[in-house]
Design a protein around this ligand. Structure first.
Ligand SMILES: *Cc1c(COP(=O)(O)O)cnc(C)c1O
Length: 659
């Protein structure tokens, strides 16, 4: 996979600081200072530092941690969860609401819930419950299976249990009975016909649930999940439906259980203006419900609190144009104003932030198995060369002369590059027709690469480079082979083109002199990471370092804690990676609270209904036959079976030692 000499060509882009590249240069380039927020920085030896409790507190060297985990046989790829970051996020969110409540002298309180769908892993939900206990932090369930998790893990009688999603009668009955267990389930009516089932279940059991209504707001959404609100939204009641529902509850004598108004604008709200509109509309609906005689008391503003993945603080998809404090202020102030001007008591404010709560605490670390790029060294002249090759040599000579001129003429470079492409095409045509031998074709391709290399070297940094010449950069870019499946570990990069901060976690004192992207282990051509954050934009190539022999090159995908694990799939039968929960102990050292081993090949095969034992047995029989026929030695048959048996017990990823 290694070509002879890596092309290092874009000094221009990264200025002339080759020798005195600093941490700050890396931090600016990868945006750590922007998206890293309280938790990530680069330390003096050019490694990523984790500050699990915020920047002013203890720091852990991520590279040292990965090495020590490797020492415990926790191989890459590895998902590291920093539980202290999770705790800190919980604190940050509650603190933001408390600051707003104090500042506006709001007479109610804030009581959040975690939407389980964001990450259902047991250890994660358990941690959230443990850390959230002092704020009576609750859970939100969106399905019957999630309800089971929420009921069982949410033992705090003061914490809310918001029941969303499609509800049949059993779901509702479960919620009613859970109330008798001393829990606080709120059944949110999201479809108009659910009220009938609530009425029936309540009659049946002679008890009622706490009831909520999800409103379909007319405010326009924006961004990817923009149509979660508006008249076409999948969930929620329109205003006429709300009125009908109220009357149905009233005549069933259940109106006194209507306590909560819910809305959800969609995930990753990028523009605070969207939220403000929604809050105003929901505030007015809340006031009206109060007037219609419902006791109310809770307003649930749903999820959607965004994560600034690229740190640009803009309303673009990978960012947000507001801070956590702005968000809390808007919720508190808008609802307060609505209620005060209508003489209605302010509600307890509920939010269901998933992404904003758990993105930061997980980092996916993977290693690079090798890379490939266009060879750019100039091949030796042969005795007799065919015309396309001779032409390419002439073109290369010309480009070298152009690049040495004091004033570089872009249009001449452009012309020369077009020539090179034409001659390469000629060579290819001649090859197809049988006039050119394979070694000649190789020389032609190498010479084209060298042309690109020399042109790229003299491209100025300014933006006036013609598009075609800009493409040279990608011609010269390298493919880095990553030891992951994006379908398993970063599905949103593929499904919805989501951007995550992705960067090397070490060698950050070295100037990265290779542009590249990542190809994953699957044989799917979509299996790549080729969109990177770029301060409000995206870019298709990332600045990377050249690989060193026998040295790992470690890449981190940050802010990866929300949605990726459960959305990930088993494409090409890649299973879960190792995962570990790390917690800082009092003395600044760390401790591993949980280790969750990666799926073995055996587990993944069984998930597809294969029987690993039977697969092995069939191969054993086949090798017996081959031994009989004399095509396989007994010792080799043994070796084959050993490999297969061991392999079944191991993870689906590649390991440096034999696997
Ligand atoms: C998905 C969802 C959430 C969580 O949204 P985030 O953007 O992750 O905060 C909250 N509430 C409901 C009803 C949802 O469907």
């Amino acid at each position: 996979m290694h070509a002879p000499k890596p092309p290092s060509f874009h000094q221009n882009k990264l200025s002339s600081k080759t020798s005195n590249w600093t941490i700050k240069d890396s931090s600016d380039l990868y945006g750590v200072n922007r998206w890293g927020s309280r938790y990530f920085s680069i330390n003096a030896i050019g490694h990523i530092n984790i500050h699990p409790k915020g920047k002013d507190n203890v720091a852990l060297d991520l590279v040292a941690l990965v090495k020590e985990l490797d020492g415990r046989n926790l191989k890459l790829p590895l998902l590291i969860r920093f539980d202290d970051i999770l705790r800190d996020r919980l604190e940050q969110i509650h603190q933001a609401f408390q600051i707003s409540i104090d500042q506006y002298n709001y007479k109610g309180r804030y009581k959040g819930v975690f939407p389980v769908k964001c990450n259902q892993q047991r250890q994660v939900v358990e941690k959230i419950m443990e850390y959230g206990r002092s704020w009576d932090f609750g859970l939100e369930a969106g399905s019957k299976a999630e309800l089971l998790i929420a009921l069982s893990l949410n033992e705090n009688p003061k914490a809310l249990l918001i029941c969303n999603g499609y509800k049949d009668q059993r779901y509702i009955e479960t919620a009613i009975l859970a109330r008798q267990l001393g829990r606080q389930p709120v059944v949110v009516i999201e479809q108009a016909d659910e009220v009938e089932r609530i009425v029936m279940a309540s009659k049946e059991l002679g008890a009622a649930p706490i009831i909520g209504i999800r409103a379909k707001l007319s405010s326009n959404g924006s961004g990817r999940w923009g149509n979660s609100i508006g008249e076409k939204a999948k969930f929620g009641l329109s205003i006429p439906e709300i009125l009908i529902t109220i009357e149905k509850l009233r005549s069933a004598n259940l109106l006194h259980e209507l306590r909560l108004l819910h809305f959800h604008v969609g995930s990753q709200i990028t523009d605070i203006a969207i939220l403000k509109d929604a809050l105003q509309e929901a505030g007015q609906i809340y006031v009206e419900l109060d007037r219609l005689g419902a006791p109310m008391g809770y307003l649930d503003v749903g999820g959607g609190l965004g994560v600034d993945y690229d740190g640009s603080q803009t309303a673009t998809e990978a960012s947000t144009n507001y801070s956590l404090q702005n968000y809390a202020n808007d919720v508190v102030a808008t609802i307060q104003e609505c209620c005060l001007s209508n003489n209605v008591e302010v509600p307890t404010l509920v939010s269901e932030s998933g992404r904003a709560l758990i993105s930061h605490f997980s980092i996916l670390i993977f290693n690079i198995l090798g890379n490939s790029y266009l060879p750019t060294n100039i091949p030796e002249k042969q005795a007799e060369e065919c015309l396309p090759v001779r032409n390419l040599r002439e073109t290369l000579k010309h480009i070298k002369i152009l690049s040495n001129e004091s004033h570089i003429d872009n249009s001449k470079l452009q012309e020369a590059w077009n020539d090179a492409l034409k001659f390469k095409e000629n060579a290819l045509n001649a090859f197809r027709l049988g006039y050119l031998r394979l070694p000649d074709r190789a020389i032609a391709e190498q010479l084209t690469g060298a042309c690109a290399h020399f042109i790229a070297k003299c491209l100025p940094q300014n933006k006036l480079i013609p598009e075609e010449l800009k493409q040279l950069r990608s011609e010269l870019a390298a493919t880095y082979y990553a030891n992951i499946s994006i379908f398993r570990s970063a599905p949103d990069t593929w499904a919805i083109q989501q951007l995550f901060p992705i960067m090397p976690i070490h060698r950050l004192l070295e100037e990265p002199n290779q542009l590249g992207h990542f190809a994953d282990l699957t044989c799917d051509s979509d299996g790549k990471l080729a969109q990177f954050i770029s301060n409000g934009n995206s870019k298709s190539l990332l600045e990377l370092h050249t690989l060193k022999p026998n040295q790992d090159y470690l890449i981190g995908m940050f802010l990866a804690g929300a949605y990726q694990e459960v959305m990930g799939n088993m494409h090409n039968l890649f299973g879960s990676t190792n995962a570990v929960h790390v917690r800082i102990s009092k003395d600044g050292k760390y401790q591993l609270d949980h280790v969750i081993k990666s799926n073995t090949k055996s587990e993944i095969l069984q998930a597809m209904e294969h029987n690993p034992e039977q697969l092995l047995e069939r191969l054993r029989i086949a090798s017996e036959v081959a031994i009989q026929q004399g095509t396989l030695k007994i010792s080799d048959a043994r070796r084959l079976m050993d490999h297969l048996e061991n392999s079944l017990r191991q993870s689906t990823y590649l390991h440096n030692q034999s696997s």
